[in-house]
Design a protein around this ligand. Structure first.
Ligand code: HEC
Ligand code: HEC
Ligand code: HEC
Ligand code: HEC
Ligand code: HEC
Length: 478
């Protein structure tokens, strides 16, 4: 007898004979159905349309489906063992197992059962999983279903220029590696949410995000010359009149011009700068390597840093400056100034800048408490201090109260320990270190070069906090 025949007689035929029992057949159907569905997920992923950041999708692809699959596989031998024991006890276990024969009704019967059961399971599990995953890929699920932990990022996302870009675009993307990485991260987050151990606030780590090449640069061309850009900022003071001033600057955005020359803010930095930070939020940058001509690099080290330069190097990309491209958190001053500039908080109300700021900067136990206290705070103020304003401009007072509450709710999340300034914005240098993490005049190379701190390298200040810049009225700038 050949080895093959022996194998067939000893294992394959008994398997089919004894396998024809309910438990094994259900096991087989479960295993094959889940295998189909998993294969479907993998295909979708390889084709690049299924990438998902969703923490819960990990539950399905990493736990649920393989769980069903393994359960199915385990049920098959269990069924066989039970069947064998039963037949042995009845003394009807054949000494020679019947050959597999498609003319044999018993075998056809078994096969039919497996095929039909597999098909039904496939449809049920497949549709359910597909629908679940499709839903879970939507920003509203990422942001809203996982309510408490994601709330600050979700709210900030909704009023950003990228509110129509799916979370998955920036946080996961396609490709098997990304997929697995995101699934593992998702599982960790899921555990955090289940056991309520997630950090408050959730801290962003740029190295967890996809590189800008795969995200931002898919929509924004990196090598494009933008030239200079005029910026006008409106601010209000704390006096009774809420005196308005303007700041005008011309930012040297630059870029890469048609002769491939790099200039300004969007120029050199994107030419493979590497830096080392001493904190995970990259707020304290201790050293930068900048490429120069002929493949040379210049290393600039902070003079505040006494030790050796050690740590993970990060290649600078869009997100090192635009870390708040999507999750925009304002300072209290900027938020109030902006609302006053667009008149949702009327500058006609005496001291509204000062009072409003004080109210939104106070500490409250929750957003709900804040909403009540801010509203009553502003109304009480005008009722008691400016009864004429209260009597004649009630609508403006109520509108201001409403806007202050909105501004608060967009930026402060007591449950997540997120308050004004929790999340730094790396653009600029007036509220957070930002550009001055490197351009502080304190990062120097061995041969004595310093990363520039010259105001004019980045912008020309045309007016700083002027009530009525002449230039602005000449330009008729709105
Ligand atoms: C255009 C790209 C983009 C989109 C779209 C986007 N994010 Fe982000 N997200 C970022 C960047 C960049 C950071 C890092 C911010 C920083 O370092 O300050 C971040 C940080 C976060 C963080 C902080 C913790 C972490 O993972 O590092 C959370 C939570 C988050 N995003 C959730 C979401 C959710 C939920 C959505 C969809 C509603 C979303 N994001 C959509 C770019 C994006
Ligand atoms: C899916 C396409 C897409 C992706 C991905 C994307 N953006 Fe944008 N981005 C846009 C569009 C469209 C606008 C213009 C929105 C508008 O004008 O309202 C925009 C606007 C901006 C602006 C100008 C904002 C302003 O206030 O004027 C910046 C800065 C920006 N994106 C940076 C980034 C960065 C950084 C990333 C990567 C983290 C990124 N974008 C990813 C499509 C995208
Ligand atoms: C060194 C910091 C820095 C880096 C790196 C950087 N930017 Fe910017 N970017 C700025 C500043 C500063 C502005 C102007 C101020 C603002 O928009 O708030 C700006 C403005 C923009 C704008 C608006 C431009 C316009 O015409 O109004 C877009 C879009 C943008 N950046 C996209 C990107 C993308 C995409 C990348 C990566 C390829 C990138 N930026 C890399 C600092 C940077
Ligand atoms: C990680 C460190 C780092 C950060 C953060 C950074 N820069 Fe730079 N930047 C450099 C280095 C290094 C150089 C000089 C490279 C060289 O020429 O050797 C430079 C050069 C420049 C230049 C060209 C200066 C010139 O004289 O040619 C401009 C403009 C500039 N940066 C603007 C900005 C702005 C605006 C920001 C913030 C939005 C910023 N940088 C953030 C490291 C940084
Ligand atoms: C490395 C680049 C860089 C240097 C050097 C620099 N700035 Fe700026 N500055 C910026 C950027 C970028 C912004 C715009 C921030 C934004 O988009 O809100 C800015 C904004 C400002 C503003 C307006 C801030 C506001 O919110 O009203 C003032 C004022 C200002 N800078 C003053 C200075 C002065 C004074 C110096 C010289 C000591 C200087 N800056 C040096 C990059 C720089």
């Amino acid at each position: 007898m050949s080895v093959f025949d022996h194998f067939k007689k000893r294992w394959v035929l008994p398997f089919f004979f004894l396998g024809e029992n309910t438990i094994s057949l259900i096991g087989g159907a479960l295993a094959s159905a889940s295998a189909f569905v998993m294969a479907g997920f993998w295909m979708v992923d390889i084709l690049g349309h299924g990438g998902s950041t969703n923490p819960y999708i990990g539950l399905i692809t990493f736990l649920f489906l393989p769980g069903i699959f393994i359960l199915g596989l385990i049920l098959i031998p269990i069924g066989i063992a039970i069947q064998r024991k039963k037949l042995l006890a009845e003394g009807v276990l054949p000494s020679i197992y019947p050959d597999i024969d498609f003319n044999e009704p018993m075998f056809r019967h078994a096969l039919n059962f497996v095929v039909v059961a597999t098909f039904i399971n496939f449809v049920i599990v497949g549709v359910a999983s597909y629908r679940g995953v499709a839903y879970m890929d939507t920003p509203s699920f990422c942001g809203a279903a996982c309510h408490v932990p994601m709330q600050p990022q979700w709210v900030a996302y909704q009023h950003s220029p990228h509110s129509h870009v799916d979370c998955t675009e920036c946080h996961v993307g396609s490709g098997f590696e990304n997929y697995v990485h995101a699934k593992m991260a998702g599982m960790k987050q899921l555990v955090g949410v289940t056991f309520n151990t997630f950090p408050r606030p959730i801290r962003a780590d740029l190295s967890d995000l996809r590189p800008a090449r795969a995200t931002c640069e898919q929509c924004h061309a990196p090598k494009r010359f933008v030239g200079d850009r005029l910026m006008v900022k409106t601010a209000f003071a704390d006096d009774e009149k809420n005196s308005m001033t303007k700041t005008m600057l011309v930012l040297h955005l630059g870029g890469v011009d048609s002769l491939a020359r790099m200039s300004g803010i969007h120029g050199h930095h994107l030419d493979h700068f590497e830096y080392v930070a001493s904190d995970s939020g990259d707020q304290t940058i201790i050293a930068v390597d900048a490429p120069g001509a002929n493949g040379s690099t210049t290393e600039y080290v902070s003079s505040d840093w006494k030790g050796p330069v050690k740590g993970t190097k990060r290649v600078m990309d869009c997100m090192d400056c635009h870390n708040q491209a999507t999750h925009v958190f304002q300072t209290a001053e900027d938020a109030v100034d902006e609302s006053m500039a667009d008149s949702s908080i009327s500058a006609d109300l005496p001291f509204v800048h000062k009072e409003g700021l004080q109210l939104i900067q106070a500490t409250y136990a929750s957003q709900a408490v804040a909403a009540t206290k801010i509203k009553s705070g502003i109304e009480d103020y005008y009722r008691t201090q400016y009864p004429t304003v209260w009597n004649t401009q009630r609508a403006k007072v109520e509108q201001a109260a409403q806007s202050l509450v909105t501004v608060y709710k967009q930026n402060v999340f007591p449950e997540m320990h997120v308050t004004w300034g929790t999340y730094p914005n790396n653009i600029g240098h007036t509220n957070f270190p930002g550009c001055f993490r490197c351009h502080d005049g304190n990062h120097t190379s061995k041969d004595g070069k310093t990363i520039t701190n010259d105001c004019t390298a980045c912008h020309n200040l045309l007016a700083v906090d002027e009530p009525n810049p002449k230039l602005l009225s000449e330009m008729n700038f709105q």
